[in-house]
Design a protein around this ligand. Structure first.
Ligand SMILES: Cc1ncc(COP(=O)(O)O)c(C=O)c1O
Length: 388
């Protein structure tokens, strides 16, 4: 077996199950889980109709690069959403459909990391935020690379400080994952930081993988978060060099089961990645492609989805519990479950101790993806827990 498989960490939910094992909650009421980020709003009717209308497409092998109408719908959406009218995205060369961003975030590292020519040379480095979406780490391990966890903590408003990553680390880096809006904090990376990142990535020839799967879940309709393509364009980098963005229908359109998203950006990188994907065999079936077209072409359901999230404040709460029950968020999680039958996710399961800091320690993640009534009930149980 591939020895790098042994480097993979258990998934956060496995650790959570172990933490909760053997506990019977005292509160004999409906269990509520704020631990899982799976969207639970209804999927859009427009997408469901497109799926039923296209089922006959199952009789055909789909193309890995996707049907042109899908790439056109994606390119049009990107151009509109990120104000790229002066340099519209080219659906032929600058877009590829993927089976959800998870698959793409993982396989992208496998395609782009160059293994050292000599076995005794140090491993290449993949930079990633800490805390993070665990796929980045597993992707780095299985690509034969070494993760470097750059902190995104309250000290920097949960944002990366790219200049604080040492020069010798940048020199060995081949790929950097960034997540904006970030999971778990929701922090949005600003233009100044992106400019710094572009300069460092150019200097060290590092590919930027920008995970923007939460870009459509925002609070203020008048101020959607800027994307990396948008900021690249504003900085005159409309060749998108060294930049690939990752987008998904899972959160935007409440379609996590569809497994559909896309990558867009640097055409030279995407050309090679397409070749990789052809061998990997992860083409989207035609009904999935047709459903995706309907979902990217419609903004009404996305606004409606945001309205539902807005009623609950935000998609994620990254809550500081350092002042509660001794400040250990695992104890907090266990007690909250035992007393109130309410599950949250300990921050440490989303982070790694690195250079003496564990940025997840003392935090819990609460995903407000359940129906509003359950979120209100959850808030009441937390109050009872804290005051009881
Ligand atoms: C930060 C982040 N990126 C990517 C994903 C993967 O989403 P999907 O594969 O459904 O597009 C998730 C899912 O929760 C996530 O939290």
């Amino acid at each position: 077996m591939n020895p790098d498989l042994n480097r993979l960490h258990p998934y956060p939910f496995e650790q959570l199950a172990a933490l909760k094992a053997g506990i019977t909650p005292a509160l004999n009421a409906k269990p509520i889980a704020l631990s899982i980020g799976e969207p639970q709003h209804a999927p859009p009717a427009v997408a469901l109709r497109a799926m039923t209308a296209s089922l006959a497409g199952l009789s055909r092998y789909p193309l890995t690069r996707g049907e042109l109408p899908l790439r056109q719908a994606i390119a049009a959406w990107l151009t509109q959403r990120f104000h790229l009218q002066n340099h519209p995205i080219d659906p032929e060369r600058e877009v590829l459909p993927v089976a959800g961003t998870r698959e793409a975030l993982f396989s992208f590292a496998q395609a782009v990391i160059a293994k050292p020519e000599r076995a005794e040379s140090p491993r290449p480095i993949v930079l990633m935020p800490n805390p993070f979406y665990q796929i980045y780490e597993g992707a780095a391990f299985l690509a034969g690379a070494e993760p470097y966890y750059y902190p995104t903590t309250s000290d920097t408003n949960f944002l990366p400080d790219f200049n604080a990553i040492p020069a010798d680390i940048w020199a060995r880096a081949q790929l950097i994952y960034v997540c904006s809006p970030g999971n778990p904090s929701g922090a949005v990376i600003d233009r100044e930081r992106v400019k710094t990142l572009f300069a460092l990535a150019d200097q060290h020839n590092v590919i930027i993988a920008a995970d923007e799967c939460y870009s459509e879940i925002y609070f203020d309709e008048a101020a959607p978060p800027a994307g990396f393509l948008q900021m690249a364009n504003e900085l005159g980098r409309s060749d998108w060099r060294n930049l690939i963005v990752f987008h998904s229908l899972s959160k935007r359109s409440n379609l996590p089961g569809l497994r559909a998203g896309f990558v867009a950006g640097d055409a030279a990188i995407l050309g090679k990645y397409l070749k990789y994907r052809t061998y990997q065999g992860c083409a989207l079936s035609l009904p999935v492609q047709m459903t995706s077209i309907a979902a990217w072409n419609d903004e009404a359901h996305v606004r409606d989805n945001r309205d539902q999230y807005r009623a609950k404040f935000n998609a994620y709460l990254w809550a500081d519990v350092r002042g509660v029950r001794g400040g250990d968020e695992r104890q907090f999680t266990r007690d909250l479950y035992a007393e109130q039958n309410l599950t949250v996710l300990p921050g440490r399961y989303l982070s790694r101790p690195f250079e003496g800091i564990d940025p997840g320690a003392g935090y819990v993640r609460m995903a407000l993806v359940a129906e509003l009534a359950d979120c209100i009930e959850a808030a009441q149980r937390i109050r009872a827990f804290l005051t009881g």
